[in-house]
Design a protein around this ligand. Sequence first.
Ligand code: SF4
Length: 272
Amino acid sequence: MAHKQLIIPIFIPFGGCPHQCVFCDQKGISSVKALPEPLEAARQIELYLSTWKGKGAKEAAFYGGSFTGLPEKMQKDYLEAALPFIREGRLDSIRVSTRPDYIDAQRAAFLLNHGVRTVELGVQSMDEKVLALSGRGHGPEATEAAVAALRKAGLKTGLQFMPGLPGDTIETILDTTQRIIALEPDFVRVYPSLVLKGTALHRMYLGGRYTPWSLEEMTEACVQVKRLLDEAGVPVIRMGLQPGKELEESIAAGPYHPSFRQLVEALATSKN
Ligand code: SF4
């Protein structure tokens, strides 16, 4: 039997982030308002490890911002806060999340040399127009280059995908899914686009310039997305944002359901 893995989340809201993607309210999602000190990250790791009784692999995960966009000294300080736990054999590895255009061969080597074994890329879409309308500041080729650099360095690669962004249609969503499959990621997370209060997307929605997908439409679309990923053997480790009071209070509109994955799986089963 596989043992449950421990992932210790350390949120760095907007850390290293120069862009304001229209959908993003990273502070609201992670419920941490400022960058934590590296010492704070070490305390968090210690706290999780000292109370964890499981036998699975243990990983510290720097989530929330664009880790590799932080000044290198700051990245080093965070990673070095986690490294002593790896040396002591109490922690197995580190994962970080970042933007595709912030990964190249040099950054991938730096991460590998500092204990990182998994990188999650916020791909969001592989459609040029959808990426532009969402204010991402990079095109699909940045994702292709980043995945190639991570693979060459021997890092595990997870891709995050947000169906339902401005300009998305069922065709662009399925095309993005196929292009993600072609990149052979180690895993995928699917986060249907939601309108969070105070974001640019919220203003677009209020001004009639963005119509969120209904829960029904998004569930239907994700049945197709999941089927393609399943057929290709790509593990889907999450569908839908982690439910929580703060997230629920910040949602202005969009296809939210606390058990979104179960909805998708139930609909897929009923269609079989
Ligand atoms: S999605 Fe990432 S890159 Fe975009 S604004 Fe949010 S933290 Fe920054």
